[in-house]
Design a protein around this ligand. Structure first.
Ligand SMILES: Cc1cc2nc3c(=O)[nH]c(=O)nc-3n(C[C@H](O)[C@H](O)[C@H](O)COP(=O)(O)OP(=O)(O)OC[C@H]3O[C@@H](n4cnc5c(N)ncnc54)[C@H](O)[C@@H]3O)c2cc1C
Length: 246
């Protein structure tokens, strides 16, 4: 029976695209209606498969943006020269069908019992699974304190801007805007470095749990920085989205 359950979870399911919402000029959230969806945990991802009229298929991984118990949603950033993300951010319409497989991943997940305090660090669209964690924390009335450090190119590129503008009690959000800043910006304006981590992250003595997600170089440099601050490597969970910049 266990084998059946595993095969079932990993089979492709047909998803109907529901409401779509623009998060930024390059980023869109798609709600997916998936009959038979088994539910998910905060931090997991799905595979999305597109099939062209000539049968050509392309498959990509996308983090789940919604909390457990909420309808499945993904948030996709358009890479202009990419194959799949321009379709998902520009072409797809409510009512279109695509295929989804998941949920996938048992390591980069957070449950209220996982503990904290939590240090969440995101580069660009790496904020997507962290948003699921934040929503899960709120929906479960967890009081685990959270600090989110979020690196974006500009303020216009900040995903979930409205939601993050009103963080739940016990959650603080710090932005760094690496390429351009609004007039009068007094926050960080550089890539995350050791000094910034030491300013923003919980001290290692608090036994924090860290989730770091984004482009590979971002994840590697931030996780190394946290270990440099004394975080045990086993308390720094990482998710790499690939080589794309942020
Ligand atoms: C676990 C996981 C979760 C993810 N979650 C998200 C998410 O929540 N949101 C999100 O937006 N993305 C997410 N991603 C990234 C996503 O899977 C895709 O990689 C992304 O959308 C780009 O896909 P694409 O088809 O548009 O681009 P691709 O066609 O795959 O191209 C990606 C980049 O690689 C370059 N490239 C492609 N082929 C070559 C080549 N042969 N030689 C050199 N360069 C090449 C392209 O120019 C482009 O810049 C996640 C990735 C992983 C692994």
């Amino acid at each position: 029976m266990a084998g059946t359950a595993v095969r079932g979870r990993l089979s492709w399911l047909t998803a109907t695209v529901g409401p779509v919402s623009d998060e930024t000029p390059r980023v869109r959230t798609l709600r997916l209606e998936v009959p038979g969806w088994p539910g998910h945990r905060a931090g997991q991802h799905v595979d999305i498969r597109l099939t062209a009229d000539d049968g050509y298929q392309a498959e990509r991984a996308y983090s789940i943006a919604s909390a457990p118990g909420e309808p499945l949603a993904i948030t996709v950033e358009r890479l202009d020269d990419g194959e799949v993300s321009p379709y998902l951010t520009e072409e797809v319409r409510p009512g279109d069908l695509l295929e989804v497989r998941g949920p996938i991943g048992g390591y980069f997940v957070w449950e209220p019992g996982s503990g904290g305090p939590l240090l969440l660090a995101a580069g660009g669209s790496g904020v997507v699974p962290l948003r699921s964690i934040l929503r899960h924390r709120s929906l479960t009335n967890s009081s685990v304190p959270v600090r989110l450090l979020y690196s974006s190119r500009s303020f216009q590129d900040v995903i979930y801007q409205t939601e993050l503008g009103f963080p739940a009690e016990g959650v603080s959000v710090t932005y760094t805007l690496t390429r351009s800043q609004p007039r009068g910006w007094t926050g960080y304006a550089r890539r995350v470095d050791a000094q910034m981590l030491s300013d923003v992250a919980w001290p290692a003595a608090d036994m924090p749990l860290a989730y770091v997600c984004g482009p590979t170089r971002f994840v590697e440099s931030v996780s190394a920085g946290l270990v440099g601050l004394g975080y045990p490597a086993g308390r720094v969970k990482t998710e790499r989205f690939g080589a794309t910049g942020q």
